[in-house]
Structure formats: structure tokens, C-alpha cells
Design a protein around this ligand. Structure first.
Ligand SMILES: *Cc1c(COP(=O)(O)O)cnc(C)c1O
Length: 399
């Protein structure tokens, strides 16, 4: 079945690969046993679970015992941060370092901890959307229990200096968590070499199924369960494992890692073509660093345009895109990520995120550039604010 739309919202979720779907089927149909059951059907399920765990661990550079399967990225983020906080609390270390442009699955947990009396330092990410390792080093205090910095941003795609931050945290004896949901399956990652103590991932961001992910936890890092019950996942996450989804995730990650270099080379060229095409639009600006960004991420602000209107008109032309993150679109709040990189409110409302996948074609890129140009011109033609700007009654903010 071919999709009728040009799908450029791959940072929100991806299409499942057929390898992932095929890998799931036997575990819904023939090998449906509970991995904890002692009979042969349960044992077969248990062996498959161990295989998937080993496969994923090998691809991420950690030990199989360090993988905890979760319901996705949000759960992994919550468990990592709350575990570090509870550990810190016992040692009177109630300070956490993070950044202003994390995903809400991180920011909202930090907000909750603040209400409980934790102190949170949210680092500035500069205009280019990248946090400097030096900022992390300077923010760490004797009472810091955790540093949590995302691997790559979900809105503007900027890639953070994770290995350097890992080294600093290890030197200072502070736990380091990274929300790597946008990076796993898209960038080479080695949890041990990069000195990451905890890492979150989610299968549906790399062509696997929704509702499954993992938290990687280095041996010895204290973890508390969010869900109590049976002794699955070594008592760190109760509940019967979602074996079909876990098998799909292992297959999707294998495929993504095997093809990564070739896919990224092609996608990066398409991304740069799209950036060049959209940068030609007057009073438009790329959000985030042009080079240190995910191979498939394009994010622009267009002056005088409402992001929502832009999205709806693009949708009419069969293009699925996003303005800001899926959680914020639908609300009228400007993106916290764009505000964090210093975009003023008026501009932060007019953003467009286009995220490519390995299935994106060159033709789709050209069609999209044309459509965005047309739609931006059309919307500006109807906007009184834009007319005031053109007449010089209001100043332009972008160039
Ligand atoms: C999608 C995403 C999440 C949430 O993952 P879910 O599996 O949907 O819960 C967390 N962090 C980042 C950076 C994401 O892109």
C-alpha cells in the first residue's frame, strides 16, 4: 500500500518497516506464551526476549543486563530522572542540571521535582541550539545528583556534545542521563564509550512499533521501578513484557543501524537541498545549527505566518508536516524550544518542521519546496501584519 501523502513528520513517528512487522507476527500468533512461563511455549518466548535484549545491547554498546524494556521514551525518561532524584535525596544531593529545550517527558518531571524542593538548573542552548560542555562543567555543584541532556533535539534536530558531557559527569562523579529518542537508529551510539549512565530510546522513532522503548542503565546505577508487581526486568519494571513489540524494535534497530551510513548520506543531501530551497524565501530563517543537526531535520521560521495555517494548507496539498512538537501543536503556546534558542514569540509561532526518512524521495523534496513557497506567499498575501511590514509600518525581525 503506498501512502497518498508526502510524509515529512518522521520526528513525530515513523512508518513501521516490513522487517519489523514480520518480526512481530510469530509472537502474536504461534509463540504467544508468557516469557515467564515454565512450559516450552513460555521458554521459546523467553529465549526470543533474551535474543532481542542481546541484539539491542550489542547495537548500543552496552551489556544485555543493562537494558530495561519500557512502554516508550516517556516512561524511560521518567524512570531515569526519578531514580536519580530518589538516590540523590538520600544523600542530600537535590540539584539537577538539564537544558531549556528538553522534551516535555523530561521537563515536566523536573518541574514536579522542583515542587518537591529540588533545585533545577536549565542551561541555555544558545542561538544554534547546542549546549557547550563547559556550561555543564560550570553548572555542576557538590550537591548535583544528575545531569540530563538530550542527544538530539526533536524540534530543531541539533546534536549535543554527548561524549564530552559524559566525560565531565564521570570525572565529577555525577549521574548522566540522555534522552536519545531522536538519535537511536539515526546516529552511531556507544553507551559505554560515551560514558552515558542512562539512555532513553523509543522504537516508533526508528521504524519500529509504538508503545515500546527501553532505558539503558549502566550496572550499579540505582534504579527504582515506576510500576510495581512481578519480577520482570529484574524487578525494575513489572508487567508481562510486550514481546511482539520488543521483537519488532530489535528488528527495526538492526535494520536502522545496518543501513545508517548510506541512509544518512542520502538524507543529508536531501535535507541540505530542502534547506537551500526554503532559505530562498524572503524573511525566513533556519532554526538550529546548519551542520550539527540530524540528517533528516529541517526547521524554519517564516515571518508573518501562523504555523498552524501553514500546516493546514500544506496538508491540503498532501504534505504531512509539523509546527513545533506534536504535543504543543494544537495549543497556541509558542514552542519552548524556539524560545530557548532566542526566537521572539511572534516568530516562534510561525515555525515549520519537516523531518525526512529513508523513504523520502528527491521528487518529494522538490514538490515540498514548491508547495511551501506557494503557501507562504499565499498566507502573506492575506495578512494585514505582513502588509504593514512590507509598507515599512512594522519592522521585520528576520533579516
Ligand atoms: C518522541 C520523543 C519522546 C517520547 O517518546 P514516546 O515513546 O513517544 O513516549 C521523548 N523524547 C524525545 C526527544 C522524543 O522525540
Amino acid at each position: 500500500m503506498t501512502s497518498p501523502c508526502i510524509y515529512l513528520d518522521n520526528a513525530a513517528t515513523t512508518r513501521m518497516s516490513s522487517a519489523a512487522i514480520q518480526a512481530m507476527l510469530p509472537y502474536m500468533d504461534t509463540v504467544y506464551g508468557n516469557p515467564s512461563s515454565l512450559h516450552s511455549m513460555g521458554q521459546r518466548a523467553g529465549e526470543a526476549l533474551s535474543d532481542a535484549r542481546r541484539t539491542i545491547a550489542a547495537l548500543l554498546g552496552c551489556d544485555a543486563s543493562e537494558i530495561i524494556f519500557t512502554s516508550g521514551g516517556s516512561e524511560a525518561d521518567n524512570q531515569a530522572i526519578l531514580s536519580a532524584a530518589r538516590w540523590g535525596e538520600k544523600r542530600r544531593k537535590k540539584h539537577i542540571v538539564s537544558t531549556a529545550f528538553e522534551h516535555h517527558a523530561v521537563l515536566h518531571v523536573l518541574k514536579k521535582l522542583k515542587k518537591e524542593g529540588f533545585e533545577v538548573t536549565l542551561l541555555d542552548v544558545h542561538e544554534n541550539g547546542i549546549v557547550q560542555p563547559q556550561q555543564v562543567a560550570e553548572a555542576i555543584r557538590p550537591d548535583t545528583c544528575l545531569v540530563t541532556v538530550m542527544y538530539a533535539n526533536n524540534e530543531i534536530g541539533t546534536i549535543q556534545p554527548i561524549s564530552e558531557i559524559g566525560r565531565i559527569c564521570r570525572e565529577k562523579g555525577v549521574l548522566f542521563h540522555s534522552d536519545a529518542v531522536q538519535a537511536v537508529g539515526h546516529l552511531p551510539i556507544h553507551v559505554h564509550e560515551q560514558q552515558i549512565d542512562m539512555l532513553s530510546l523509543s522504537a516508533h522513532k526508528f521504524h519500529g512499533p509504538k508503545g515500546v522503548g527501553a532505558l539503558v542503565v549502566r550496572k550499579g546505577v540505582p534504579l527504582i521501578p515506576l510500576i510495581e508487581g512481578g519480577s520482570q526486568e529484574r524487578s525494575r519494571r513489572a508487567g508481562t513484557e510486550n514481546l511482539p513489540a520488543i521483537m519488532g524494535m530489535a528488528a527495526a534497530l538492526t535494520e536502522a543501524c545496518e543501513g545508517m551510513e548510506a541512509v544518512n548520506a542520502r538524507m543529508q543531501a536531501q535535507r541540505d537541498r530542502m534547506i537551500a530551497g526554503l532559505a530562498n524565501i524572503p524573511h525566513a530563517a533556519l532554526n538550529g545549527d546548519a551542520y550539527d543537526r540530524l540528517p533528516g531535520n529541517v526547521n524554519f521560521c517564516f515571518e508573518g505566518i501562523e504555523g498552524e495555517s501553514l500546516l493546514l494548507l500544506l496538508d491540503d496539498r498532501g504534505i504531512c508536516a509539523s509546527s513545533g512538537s506534536a504535543c504543543t501543536s494544537g495549543s497556541l503556546d509558542p514552542s519552548h524550544v524556539l524560545l530557548a534558542i532566542g526566537r521572539p514569540h511572534e516568530i516562534a509561532h510561525g515555525s515549520l518542521r519537516l523531518t525526512l526518512s529513508r523513504d523520502t524521495t528527491d521528487e518529494e523534496i522538490e514538490d515540498t519546496i514548491r508547495a511551501v513557497r506557494d503557501v507562504v506567499a499565499h498566507l502573506r498575501g492575506m495578512s494585514p501584519v505582513w502588509r504593514d511590514m512590507e509598507a515599512g509600518r512594522e519592522p521585520f525581525i528576520l533579516r
